[in-house]
Structures are given as C-alpha cells and as structure tokens.
Design a protein around this ligand. Sequence first.
Ligand SMILES: Nc1ncnc2c1ncn2[C@@H]1O[C@H](COP(=O)(O)OP(=O)(O)O)[C@@H](O)[C@H]1O
Ligand SMILES: [Mg+2]
Length: 508
Amino acid sequence: MTEQRFLLTARSIVKSFGPTSVLKGFDLSIAPGEVHAFLGGNGAGKSTLIKIISGQFERDGGTLEFDGQAIGASVGGHVAAGTIAVVNQELALLPHLSVAENIAMPRLRRGTAKYSERASMEIAVEALSLIDPQFARESSGRLVGDLTLHERQLVEIARALGSGAKLLLLDEPTANLTAAETIRLFAVLRRLIADTGLAVLFVSHRMREIRQIADVCTIIRDGKTAVDRVALDAITDREIIECMGQSIVVDEAAASVAESAELAEQDTGGNNARIHAGALRIERDGVAIEVPAGAIIGLAGAPVGPSSLIDALTGIAPAGSWAITRDGARVSYGHPSAGARDGVGFVSGDRSNKGVLATLPIVDNLVAAARVVNRRSVVKREEIEQSTRLLDALKIRAGSLWDLPATLSGGTQQKLLIARWLLLRPRLLVLEEPTRGVDIRTKREIYALIRKMARQGTTIVWWSTEYIELVELCDTVLAFDLDGKPTEVLRHADVNETQLAAATGMAA
Ligand SMILES: Nc1ncnc2c1ncn2[C@@H]1O[C@H](COP(=O)(O)OP(=O)(O)O)[C@@H](O)[C@H]1O
Ligand SMILES: [Mg+2]
C-alpha cells in the first residue's frame, strides 16, 4: 500500500489555557481535495485546534506540517502568506466598513500599496464572484452592518477564499444558517473544491449536513483523537455521538454551592420574594408543553428555534407564532424589563455584549436585575451587604465588590449573571447556554445552582447545545428542527443523546 500524501499533518498537539488542559496530544491529517468533518462536543477544543493550525494561537507542544513544510509554533505566518484560510466561529467583520473594505483590507495591508477604493472594489467583486456574481455586484458597496447573518457569512468565506488558499478551515459556518442557506453554501464549496482542489476542515454539529458535505471525519474527545480519518460511510450517527460523548458527570456534591444557595432562603429578606404560582403552557405549530412550577425544561436544536422561544418568553421580541399562557391567561411582554418585573429572569448567551456590565463594578453587576425589578438606581448599603454575602457563598473570589468584572474569569462572570437572579427568586429563569466555554468545575457549580433554584420553585427554561446536560438535568426537553420548528416533547425517561440527535438533526 502506498502511503497517502497529506496536505496537513498535526501530530501530538498540546495546548493548555492556564490550568485548563484542552489538547493533550491530538493528531489530525487532511488530504488535498477532501472535506474533512472535525467533530467533538462543546468545549472539546475544536476552535482551539483551528486557531493553532491557522497561527492565531501558539501551541505548547507537537508538530505541524503543511504542504511538506514544518510550521513553527509562533503566532502568524502561514495565514498571512495566504496558504491556509480560516473562518472563525466568531465572525470577524467590521460592521461600519463596506463589504469591499472588509474583504480587501487584509490584502492591501499586506503589500506596500496605498489603500484605494477602486482597488478594493475590484478585489472584493472578484472574491465574492467565486460564490455568487450577482451578490458580488449588489453587495460590495454595502455596509457589513446592514447585511444579514447569512450574507456576512458569505463575505467571510469569500474573504478567506479570495486568497487562493489550499486549505480552508471553517469553524461552524452553518450554525446560524437555515437549511436552505446551508444548501447554497455547500454548492459553492463543492464548486470550489472541484475547480481548485481545495481541502476543507469543517466543524459542525449537524449530522445531516455533515453527511451531505464531508468525506471523512476525525473526532476529538478528552483532548485526544478518538476517531482518526474514518470515512463517513463507515460510521453511524450513533457511533459518532458515542465517540463524542463527554464524560461530564453532573454531580450535586459540588456541595459548597448547593449549600450556598441556601442564602436565598435565609438572609435575603422578604421584599424581593416572588410568587411562583401558575403553570405555564407553551405551544406552537401543534406542539405543546405544560410547564409546572419548579420544572427544568431543556431546549434543544439549531439556534433559530430556541432563540425564538426565548425571545417570546422574556419579552425581547413579540410572541409571533408562540402561544404562551399562565393559568389560561396569555403572557406577553412588550419589553424585557416588563418580563423581569413579572418575575421572568434571563441570562443571555451573549455574555460580553448582553450580560456583563463591563464598565460597572461587580456590585452593580450583581444587583442589576434587582434594580430593574424594583426601579432603583443607587446601590444601597443593604445591597452591598447582600452582594458581599453572595460572592462569599458562591465562592466568587473577587478582590473587591468595586472591581470590574474583567478581573474575573469567564466562568466566574457567568456565575455572576446567574447570581443576579438568585435573590429575586423569579418564577421563570431563562438561560441561554449558561455553561458554554465554562470549565467543568464551574459547570458543576452552575448545575447545582440551577437545581437549587428549581427546588425553590423557579421554573427553568434552559437552552443547551450539550445534550449530556439536557439528558441529566431536565425534566422535559423541547426539541426543534433545523428551521426552528418545534418537533417533539421528550420526557426525562425518554431523553437520551440519540433521541435528541434524531429530533433535532444535530449531533450535539
Ligand atoms: N482564549 C482562551 N482562554 C482561555 N480558555 C480558553 C480560550 N479559548 C478556549 N478556551 C477553553 O478551551 C476549551 C476548548 O474550547 P474550544 O476550543 O472553543 O472548544 P470547541 O470549539 O470544541 O467548542 C474550553 O474549555 C474553553 O473554555
Ligand atoms: Mg468552537
């Protein structure tokens, strides 16, 4: 047998962030002209590896070979040289610049030429024409801020492709696209692969589309290669999900926090206590879910579905096709503050833009929800005392209440956002991926906190992309398909990862 020639070979890649060891000797080989699915649970280290390959992160150990040449560990280099192109999970376009400027800027910056509007238009139209000549003509002069998410995704991909790269790294490019938009993107990728022999490393959680576009897969688990270059024809969905399985045991013995949430019962005074009475009923498209007080309800599926329900429950957007009632009476809020005053808490998945008040001290962050609910604006002595006790009880190690949230780790900031609702005892707490990017220890603390609040009568609606969490923690899970329609209500006894994958069309 002749040895296969690879475009990229990564061997024994090691990477830690402080005490968190993410990659523990990971191997990956990509052949020219293939679409290679890179699969793994949330937080497994996929984005980290992509940033190492594309020179955005330094690796701690291991070797990388691209097109026959060793790549050093330092940041930069090969992406700038245009041989490896990357579209990161977080889109990196500048909204206040035009499409043309966004596409051309990196390339014009590389040479010595002065920036020219005409040159940038030419570069952009050429790059976008690879994808869609009509879109290229229509959109090049528009501001990126005016584009839909799908259009922005196309601009990002065009920017990456225009460089004539041999390897394209796509980190969840379809996460925010509908099924129809995804089909269009795939048509573009197939054409480029046929025309140029491009290789694509493709991260996605959606089983159906992985099977549509990819030839082989590599699965990462516990920082190592669990499945190495296996043809997708040779592996079942069930096997893929089993291989991805993260060994997070949801363990309530995170006793410190379970105990600490007693705080809400003991020392908070009665003025903030809410009445939790009233069962919630949620319905859309003939799928209905009854939510008793204190239940933990999971939402599973592509973002478009869970987001629409969350928006309706919290008052971020009108209810649309959702029918939400409490004890038979319609529930609908014109604004999230109205929801908050009616006992609906919300922790946004967009922690840095819609959760943490970055310019205000920790104490303001902790009492933010109480201020909205109680229409207060100044921090009172009592609030300072409560906040101090909260930090203590939740084992949040802050220098002082008056430090900025940036002095805390990401996971701790997340605890802060949940703690914001703890003392108010909302009747409903809506959580968007509260454990995303959070280490396992903090995850457990968050689970314990959520369970505790549920026991106190708060109903929890929780969107998570980690099926293992939903399986372990939820009484009921509402599943959505790729177009955002609710498909099934799964009771605790029936919820498992295979069921969820089937009901949502997503592997995790
Ligand atoms: N810049 C960073 N600083 C600290 N920790 C990070 C950073 N980037 C990622 N991590 C951590 O590394 C782990 C893997 O993250 P990531 O590569 O984004 O996973 P995936 O893309 O597979 O979901 C997570 O625990 C995450 O919190
Ligand atoms: Mg990622």
